[in-house]
Design a protein around this ligand. Structure first.
Ligand code: AOF
Ligand code: ZN
Length: 377
């Protein structure tokens, strides 16, 4: 026969397994908002009654305005009384586009709130949990925190730094070249890896390239994932000397999908006008990576996908402003005359090289995707 202590331990273990299951569900629900919530976070919510039955579920979509908690509470109705609320981010405590979720949870008679992380939004930042506790609700913070951090890495980084999260993506040969000597880069990787690259574009607010790449490839840089998105993918060109051609695909489509060009203050005024007439926004001034990111942050862009070329990749890496990197490596060898993936980083010793952490490796046909995180500012 089991002792009381053993029984209690078992109950606690069961409870923690259930907690994990429902929190995973909340995170999965939140992820359904991918591409559809920015500038707001991905949030999912599950309400579970005392018998362990799910009585309400919800996730946030920017266009629908309502927060995940409100949607789940509406579904639960009176069954929310005494229930546990699993939510993937600290509930909000402020009046924004909606009234505070904390008030709604308290009013509904929720007994316990389980959430992985604090919302760094200065309007919330711990106040949500504090209000719930003050109302006598049991609050547990920290379950699956790592997963919740990853899920909202763009939003969280932006809220903490007011700069977009930077993800560097490139496709290279086995010997680390992104193009042949002529500049030709079509196509380094196969179709599957390229489709995956569009999925990456889909989850970002902006995409950034250097003028060299813009001139060499004349890319369109649109999100062709085929999935709906809430905000247009803003296309950004780092173009010190304002070399972007008014006939380029980017300039010609600037009225349909925004294009921002960063150039030096002394850039040619006539070229500037020609681009602006096409709807391109030209920002003159500081073109250093940090200044560019701060400017994008002021426009509430929470994430930027850098797609090259070597110069831009090198400058952002050197400034420690890359948060995450994805290299698609194709089984081809271009040779020393090819264009290197990353410009000069002044690496003297191997131990000084930039290293990725928490690396994930995936295979797309014969191509390999290597993704990891970098130490950044
Ligand atoms: C969401 N969805 O499910 C939760 C959010 O402008 P508002 O009123 O929609 O407020 C946005 C803020 O609300 C957001 O930055 C975050 O701090 C908090 N929680 N937001 O969009 C949700 N729970
Ligand atoms: Zn809310």
């Amino acid at each position: 026969m089991k002792t009381e202590i053993e029984k209690e331990k078992l109950n606690a273990e069961e409870r923690s397994l259930l907690d994990q299951r429902f929190m995973r569900r909340a995170l999965d629900l939140a992820a359904r908002g991918r591409g559809l919530t920015s500038p707001n976070p991905l949030v999912g919510c599950v309400i579970v009654d005392e018998r362990g039955t799910v009585v309400g579920e919800g996730f946030h979509l920017y266009a629908q305005v309502k927060h995940a908690e409100t949607i789940a509470l509406e579904q639960a109705g009176a069954r929310a009384r005494g229930a546990t609320c699993y939510v993937s981010l600290e509930p909000c405590a402020h009046y924004g586009r909606t009234p505070p979720c904390t008030d709604a949870l308290i009013r509904a008679g929720i007994q316990r709130v389980v959430a992985p992380i604090v919302d760094p939004n200065p309007l919330v930042a711990g106040r949500g949990f504090a209000q719930l506790r003050a109302a006598g609700i049991e609050v547990e913070v920290g379950l699956l925190a790592r997963e919740a951090e990853r899920l909202n890495e763009h939003y969280l980084h932006y809220m903490r730094t007011r700069r977009p999260f930077v993800h560097l993506k490139l496709a290279c040969s086995l010997d680390g070249k992104i193009a042949a000597r002529s500049g030709d880069a079509r196509w380094i990787t196969g179709e599957t890896a390229r489709a995956r690259a569009h999925e990456l574009r889909h989850v970002h607010d902006a995409i950034l390239i250097g003028a060299g790449t813009a001139l060499a490839d004349d890319p369109l840089l649109t999100d062709r994932s085929g999935l709906a998105r809430h905000r247009p993918l803003v296309r950004v060109v780092l173009d010190e000397e304002l070399r972007l051609d008014a006939r380029s695909k980017l300039a010609q489509t600037a009225r349909a999908v925004p294009v921002i060009v960063f150039a030096r203050a002394d850039a040619d005024a006539a070229r500037c006008r020609a681009l602006e007439e096409l709807g391109v926004e030209v920002v003159l001034g500081d073109t250093e990576p940090l200044a560019v990111l701060e400017e994008l942050g002021r426009r509430k862009l929470q994430s930027v996908l850098i797609e090259g070329g070597s110069n831009v990749a090198g400058r952002f890496l050197e400034a420690s402003l890359v948060n995450k990197a994805t290299f698609f490596v194709a089984p081809i060898i271009i040779g020393a005359e090819g264009i290197p993936a990353v410009g000069n980083l002044r690496t003297e010793r191997v131990m000084d090289a930039v290293r990725l952490h928490e690396v994930v490796i995936e295979r797309h046909g014969d191509d390999v995707e290597v993704t990891g995180y970098l130490e950044s500012r």
